[in-house]
Write a protein that binds this ligand. Structure first.
Ligand code: RIB
Length: 284
């Protein structure tokens, strides 16, 4: 890649409680064969770490509670050296917590108790200078709006989890990343959106388009899937880092597909690859 990008990731920080089971329980059913691990998570934190591992200089911008879960939720960001100077701690809300069930196919079901992420209002937001901002929809939309307006650089919105997005925000987006469900939720607004659109289709790959015209098509490598949690986060981070660092749309999309696929081969939402791993696979 031609240059090292500086990226501010504005979003959620969670502690994930991950239960692995053979199959998901039906409503009313109790499954008793689970094993449980605690891992750092949150779409914002996952994307920040993924971008950092791919060589970007990353600022995490988000909120945790003033409680013992905060240190666990921030553990990987801290130990790997992501800049946390723009993160804050909120006294009257707990650190975000996600309850995740992963089945034998690596599929997941996620319930989030947002805690401090929901209390992260525009008043708490302070933005570092950056070439690009990445945001998702696990913090209040007004905070995302302020982050988009505060930074003149490239703005990527990963519209996850699925919810509608005000036109005022969509108008500021340079790269929108959605899966099929999120695309459906945005509905007709997608037809008037004029920026780059990355649509992901899980193991089938992803498309990059603008105004309905396909620009690039990416296929992930075949991998043994263990846990798909965080694969979309790694994809979003890798695509943004690639585009901002001067890769072509084809190269950036290919790199994003591989990053997402490798993340799915390991447990936990913060299992994205390093640039060295991608290079070993001959990915630019
Ligand atoms: O995208 C995966 C993430 O969604 C998990 O880490 C969980 O915390 C939820 O935010």
């Amino acid at each position: 890649m031609t240059k090292s990008a500086t990226i501010a990731v504005v979003g959620s920080i969670n502690l994930d409680l991950v239960a692995s089971v053979k199959s998901f329980p039906q409503p009313g059913e109790t499954v008793t064969n689970a094993t449980v691990v605690r891992c750092p998570g949150g779409k914002g934190a996952n994307q920040a770490l993924a971008a950092h591992r791919l060589g970007a200089q990353v600022f995490m911008v988000g909120c945790v509670g003033n409680d013992p879960l905060a240190g666990e939720a921030l553990q990987a960001l801290t130990s790997e050296g992501v800049n946390l100077d723009y993160c804050c701690s909120i006294d009257d809300a707990p650190t975000g917590l996600a309850m995740i069930v992963v089945n034998a196919l690596g599929e997941n079901q996620i319930v989030v108790a947002p805690g401090a992420n929901a209390a992260f209002g525009p008043g708490q937001l302070s933005m570092p200078p950056a070439d690009a901002v990445i945001a998702q929809l696990e913090v209040p939309i007004n905070t995302v709006l302020k982050a988009a307006s505060a930074n003149p650089g490239f703005f990527c919105l990963n519209a996850a989890p699925a919810r509608t997005v005000p036109m005022e925000l969509l108008d500021q987006v340079d790269l929108l990343v959605v899966n099929e469900i999120e695309a459906q939720t945005l509905g007709p607004d997608l037809a008037v959106y004029g920026g780059l659109l990355a649509t992901t289709y899980g193991s089938k790959g992803a498309l990059l388009s603008r105004n309905g015209q396909q620009i690039a098509c990416g296929k992930p490598p075949k991998v043994d899937v263990v846990d798909t949690t965080g694969a979309g986060d790694a994809f979003t981070a890798a695509l943004t880092v690639g585009l901002v660092s001067g890769l072509s749309p084809e190269q950036a999309l290919r790199r994003a597909c591989v990053a997402g696929a490798l993340t799915a081969t390991r447990m936990g939402a913060q299992s994205s690859p390093t640039s060295a791993e991608l290079e070993r696979l001959d990915v630019v």
